[in-house]
Design a protein around this ligand. Structure first.
Ligand code: SF4
Ligand code: SF4
Length: 99
């Protein structure tokens, strides 16, 4: 089931930002299972921002240098609320017999 229920992923600003002043090129962020990061010229870059799972902050939490940041989650929650995404997800789950 698509978790945005038709809302365009590209309209939600949620992906990691790397502060290269802090990054020591340790490589830990490359462990993201969604392959959002790519190694290039000896350091990570955010190559596939739209593959980032909305609301996930795992790479930021595991970065030893606190070099990764995200936008405010409040803006994402505002979009979910205004576009009824939460209740659409619940409805879709009921329709698919999941709950
Ligand atoms: S985990 Fe942090 S310090 Fe390590 S490469 Fe990624 S951004 Fe840089
Ligand atoms: S927040 Fe999660 S999904 Fe997004 S890049 Fe980091 S580890 Fe990957």
């Amino acid at each position: 089931m698509p978790w945005l229920i038709g809302y365009p992923r590209e309209r939600i600003d949620w992906h990691p930002r790397i502060n290269y002043e802090k990054c020591t090129a340790c490589g830990v962020c490359l462990s993201c299972g969604n392959k959002v990061f790519r190694w290039r010229d000896g350091r990570p870059e955010v190559a596939e921002p739209l593959r980032c799972v909305i609301g996930c902050t795992t790479c930021a939490n595991l970065c030893p240098e606190w070099a990764i940041s995200f936008p405010e989650i409040a803006e994402v929650r505002r979009i979910y609320k205004e576009n009824d995404i939460w209740s659409k997800i619940s409805r879709a789950m009921r329709e698919e017999g999941m709950v």
